[in-house]
Design a protein around this ligand. Structure first.
Ligand code: ZN
Length: 405
């Protein structure tokens, strides 16, 4: 078979991606080490490394310790000065924007809380201002912008970079890449917030090194991300992973998506808080009203966990209920995907001590024994930063997987 120039380029691209991927997982490393890990020969590695150094994506950082067998090799790592990346999370309650270098070290950070029911146009305007500020911060660091990564809570057409529908924001058809790709003049990557958070955990968090895991996180609803065989699983249209909208109770509570009985209506913070308010109005004794100065509109998951920590029975019963519903759903996911890890993120992390022991027991009791014995349960190590760090990972992942184009 004759290999044409197009195939040759593709092979170089795939092999460059392998090198960047290894350095992202573990730095610094010598060329010899990279050859061993990737299975590529030494001359191919040398040629690709020279290209990547010329593009400022990796750099030499000194000699490795000499071993008894010969000359020490020059160590390589990702080059922090390879450029800067903007990560942005738009959610119902806040916008968070960070600017990082190419190694994902945060250089600049903004978090703006959004008032309830903020109009879409205002939120988008604010987001644009924050991205502008972030890019200016990058210029002040003399870093070229490599891309903007955006995580949004809804169905995303990743090919067009457009949000199709976000039930909790009640937004339809927002063509982010069309609006912002030209405006900011850098590649824009858009993805569902659950997938983005899963990617954040994979590159920078508790799921580093795990190629088969499920991420579950709560913001306002319940978001999910599936990492299968080292790739985010998106399905045929890119809409896979909507774990929060698995129907678990036919004819149950109305969900923001318009259907009834979705999993998030049982375990999402909105549902949990609604249940607590209902119980309080029916006279359930609790510390919670005192903790919010009598204003039940101020109850958040932090408040519920704080009350549980002080021994409040209503809060503890509520969290036990969430654990039960989460545990059963997770046991089903374990049977379906045979993951090695399930990560709980968002406000679920705060409630970890009340959730992890009962959920682990339920997984052991309700999933099939073979996949059930292979799975671990972990709390996110990135917490509230999982989505925005994941948005940065989305850009770096895009470059790592496609470094030549
Ligand atoms: Zn739903």
């Amino acid at each position: 078979m004759v290999i044409g120039p197009a195939d040759h380029n593709l092979v170089r691209q795939i092999n460059s991606a392998l090198i960047l991927d290894r350095l992202l997982a573990d730095s610094p490393q010598s060329r010899a080490n990279l050859a061993q890990q990737t299975g590529l020969n030494r001359s191919t590695i040398s040629s690709l490394v020279s290209d990547l150094i010329a593009r400022h994506l990796i750099r030499e950082v000194g000699l490795e310790a000499a071993d008894s067998r010969g000359r020490p090799g020059m160590l390589l790592e990702l080059n922090p000065n390879g450029g800067c990346v903007v990560g942005i999370e738009i959610n119902v309650e806040h916008i968070t924007v960070i600017l990082t270098d190419f190694t994902a070290r945060t250089l600049w950070h903004r978090h703006v809380a959004l008032p309830d029911g903020s109009p879409q146009a205002e939120v988008l305007c604010l987001a644009e201002d924050l991205i502008d500020e972030a890019l200016r911060a990058g210029m002040a660091h003399h870093l070229t912008p490599l891309g903007i990564g955006l995580g949004v809570p809804g169905l995303v057409d990743v090919t067009d970079g457009a949000l199709v529908y976000a039930p909790n924001l009640t937004w339809h058809d927002v063509p982010f890449r069309e609006m912002w790709g030209h405006k900011f003049g850098v590649p824009l990557y858009v993805e569902n917030d659950g997938n983005v958070a899963a990617l954040g955990e994979y590159y920078f968090g508790v799921a580093k090194g795990y190629n088969h895991f499920v991420f579950l996180g709560t913001g306002v609803g319940l978001s999910g991300g599936l990492m299968l065989d080292g790739h985010i699983y998106r399905g045929v249209g890119g809409y896979a992973g909507e774990i929060g909208h698995i129907i678990v109770e036919s004819g149950g509570e109305l969900c923001a998506c318009g259907r009834r009985g979705c999993w998030e209506t049982l375990v999402g913070p909105r549902a949990v808080i609604r249940g607590i308010v209902h119980a309080l109005k029916n006279g359930a004794p609790s510390l919670i009203p005192d903790l919010v100065g009598g204003d039940l509109g101020r109850i958040t998951m932090d408040v519920v966990v704080g009350a549980a920590n002080r021994g409040d029975q209503l809060a503890r019963d509520t969290l036990a209920d969430i654990a039960l519903h989460l545990g059963t759903g997770i046991a089903n996911l374990v049977n379906l995907f045979n993951p090695e890890l399930v990560v709980l993120g968002g406000s679920l992390t705060l409630a970890g001590p009340y959730l992890v022991p009962p959920i682990s027991r339920i997984i052991a009791a309700e999933s099939l024994s073979l996949p059930g014995n292979m799975v671990a349960l972990s709390l996110s190590s990135l917490g509230a930063e999982a989505c925005v760090k994941g948005a940065v990972a989305l850009v770096i992942d895009g470059i790592v997987r496609d470094p030549i184009s």
